[in-house]
Design a protein around this ligand. Structure first.
Ligand code: MN
Ligand code: MN
Length: 308
C-alpha cells in the first residue's frame, strides 16, 4: 500500500467526515430529502472528491439504500430517525461512513446503541482480529441497550473502485465467518441497531443500480439502450449510481426502461430499498478503517484529528 493510496483514503475520509458533520444541521422536519442529497453530493465535488455511491438518506424503518429519485417530494417527517450514509472516493479509494440524526429524544438510546457499538468495534479491530469477534462486540453492545443488531446487514472490505470487495464483517457473532483484519486493506464497519426484528427485507422499490459490463450482452440491446449504458459506464464504471444523475441527458422514461433491460440481461445489479421486517426504527453508524502495511490503524472517516 503506497503513500499515495493512503493519502487518497485519508483525503476521502476527511471530506466525508466534514460533510456528515455539517449535514446534521440540514436535517430538519419538512426539509426536502432530494435537496439534502443534492447539497451533499455537490459538496463532495467541491471538496475534491467524487461520490462512491448516491447519498443514502434512509428514514425510520427504512434501513438502507434509499436515495431520492428525480422529482422526489419526500420530506423529513417530524420525530424522524434519519440515517445519512455517504461514500466519497479519491482516485478510486473509498471512504464509506454514516451517521444517524434523530429528531425525537425517544430515539436517542437507539442511536447511542449503534454509535457505541461502532466505537467499541473500531477500538477492537486490529490486524489479526477476527471479523466475528468484532461482530460479537457489536451485538453485545446493541443488546446491552435493549435493541437488536440487524443480522442480515454487515460491514465489508473495500478495494479500489469497489465498495464490497468480498469480505464481510458481521454485526453479530457469526461462527461461519472466519476472516480477520489484514494489513494493506480498508474495511467499513457499520453496526445497525433496531427496535424491530433485527432483519431487513427488500422493498419493491429500487433507486440505486451498478453496471456489470459484458460486450456480448450489450450488443444484443438496441442502439438507444447501448448509448445509455455507455454514457453511465464512462462516468461510473462499476460504481453505483442513481437515475436522477442522468435526467439532464436522457428522459426518465428511457432511463427506467434502460435499467430494467440491463438488470434483466445481467448488465446491471439492483440495490432495492431495504426495510426493517418488523417495522422497527433503525439507527446506523459507520466508519472506514485502514490498516497500512506497517500495521498502523487509520480511521479514515474520523474528524477528531481533522485538519482539512
Ligand atoms: Mn455506507
Ligand atoms: Mn458500507
Amino acid at each position: 500500500m503506497g503513500q499515495e493510496e493512503i493519502e487518497s483514503y485519508v483525503k476521502a475520509g476527511q471530506i466525508a467526515c466534514k460533510i456528515l458533520r455539517d449535514s446534521t444541521k440540514i436535517v430538519r422536519p419538512g426539509a426536502k430529502v432530494i435537496e439534502i442529497a443534492e447539497q451533499i453530493e455537490k459538496r463532495i465535488a467541491e471538496l475534491g472528491g467524487e461520490p462512491a455511491f448516491p447519498v443514502n438518506i434512509s428514514i425510520n424503518d427504512v434501513a438502507a439504500h434509499y436515495t431520492p429519485e428525480a422529482g422526489d417530494t419526500l420530506t423529513v417527517p417530524e420525530g424522524a430517525v434519519v440515517k445519512i450514509d455517504i461514500g466519497v472516493h479519491v482516485n478510486g479509494y473509498i471512504a464509506d461512513t454514516a451517521i444517524t440524526v434523530t429528531l425525537d429524544d425517544r430515539y436517542n438510546m437507539l442511536c447511542e446503541a449503534a454509535k457505541t457499538a461502532l466505537e467499541k468495534a473500531v477500538e477492537a479491530a486490529n490486524i489479526g482480529t477476527k471479523f466475528s469477534e468484532v461482530g460479537h462486540i457489536v451485538e453485545s453492545v446493541i443488546k446491552s441497550y435493549g435493541f437488536k443488531p440487524i443480522y442480515n446487514l454487515s460491514g465489508h472490505s473495500l478495494d479500489r473502485f469497489s465498495i464490497h470487495a468480498g469480505e464481510v464483517i458481521p454485526n453479530y457473532r457469526d461462527r461461519l465467518v472466519f476472516g480477520s483484519f489484514k494489513p494493506g486493506r480498508a474495511y467499513a464497519i457499520e453496526p445497525f441497531a433496531t427496535s424491530g426484528d433485527g432483519y431487513v427485507t427488500e422493498s419493491r422499490k429500487t433507486l440505486i443500480y451498478a453496471l456489470r459490463p459484458n460486450p456480448k450482452k450489450l450488443s444484443k440491446l438496441g442502439q438507444e439502450l447501448q448509448t445509455v449504458f455507455n454514457t453511465i459506464y464512462n462516468d461510473r464504471k462499476t460504481l453505483p449510481f442513481a437515475l436522477r444523475w442522468y435526467t439532464n441527458r436522457f428522459s426518465l422514461e428511457l432511463l427506467e426502461k434502460a435499467v430494467k433491460a440491463f438488470v434483466q440481461s445481467g448488465l446491471a445489479i439492483a440495490y432495492p430499498v431495504l426495510v426493517e421486517r418488523g417495522r422497527g426504527m433503525v439507527a446506523q453508524f459507520e466508519h472506514t478503517v485502514l490498516f497500512t502495511d506497517r500495521g498502523e490503524k487509520i480511521v479514515t472517516t474520523s474528524c477528531s484529528t481533522e485538519a482539512a
